[in-house]
Design a protein around this ligand. Sequence first.
Ligand code: EPZ
Length: 407
Amino acid sequence: MQKLVIDGGVPLEGKIFLHGAKNSALPILAAALLCDGKTVLENCARLTDVFAACHILAHLGCHCMIQEHMVTVEVKNLRSDSIPEALMQEMRSPVIFLGAVLGRTGSCQISYPGGCELGPRPIDMHLDALRQMGARFTIHGGQLDCVVSEGLCGAKIHLPFPLVGATENVMLAAVLAKRRTVLHNAAREPEICDLAYFLRTCGAKIFGDGEGMIVIDGVEKLQGAAYRIMPNRIAGITYLGAAAITGGTICLRGMDAQPIENVLLVLEQTGCWIYPEPDRLHLLAPRRLRAVPMIQTMSHPGFPTDAQAIFMAMLSAADGVSVFEENIFENRYRHVDAFVKMGVKIHVSGKIAVVTRTRALSGTSITATDLRGGAAMALAGLAAQGRTEIHQISHIDRGYETMETVP
Ligand code: EPZ
């Protein structure tokens, strides 16, 4: 399916069960490469990025099986340490395989990751961290050759910024490395903790995840295990936003409030009523949302960059002026043009975007620019008067499982 057709103006009402988080499933699939025997991942969403990760594992020599929302990975006989460009491009951020392949085989060849819709996706800090563990890199003709001559060795590493991907790569490189790795200024996202829980389940000695300093004592080997992926908090935020922008009510099932506390506070600022219960969240939206004076995206536990476009859609339908400051990615306002076309006044200057509702959103034909921008456009379509057509929805399919079937 290549487009979404939305007739807006109807409040969203219903219950939604959240499947597993894409940004947790991807590093955990990479981690399965480090394990002997079979790993069984439950609650794994059926997403194109997850399928792409399984293609990479199969290319490397793993036996991968996808049955509904369960993915089984069995490392039998690794036959490759290289990831071809076609598979790299299928996944946008496959660099998280680097630490795992190096940790398992001691060498890795990948095509140097290019940019994506969010701008260049540099990996300089990944490479700096892995160099400190003994990896050596050469780049020629767009190919990155990585070699670890005497096996990865633990190190004291300080990340200049709490980077999610670089934190994951160090964790994956360190669990089978010699001696101890101490990672300072580590990312604290819930998905980092989910990866650590999985690794501990497989026998890794890893501590401090979620607190900014992670300590890992390398072990001889890891044993595959059964594990349930954490719920997709960004998809949950998206569906809460869909009810908020349409003046509806929603019950999110399979999700706790804790991983998105910072976002729920902002939702309450817009006038939404939130009622958390164990393993579920209720939201009741006001007839018209209130603007939010300033939303600054930050690393966890700050406001997540992945929710920026979702909230820009919501606040495009709010009374008053809302201001955004995007501090994580340098090109994450590509969805703005679509909202302007729907009748919103948005002024962008560098990191800052000022959003002012001038009239009701009006349906039109727009094109998804990236994963979260495309999802945000769907929310705007739900609130708009008339019909909205969203093209190139393959972006949305990377992170949302059949969004159109959500009640
Ligand atoms: C992860 O991307 C997520 N992706 C992103 O989700 C999320 O937006 C991001 O973390 C921040 O939370 C996955 O988990 C698969 P970073 P990642 O490394 O690992 C710069 C979504 O919508 N940087 O924390 O790439 C980089 O350019 C996706 O689900 C360097 O400069 O995020 C970016 O501006 C989008 N040098 C910033 O840091 C480096 O070596 C954040 O990158 C690495 C990154």
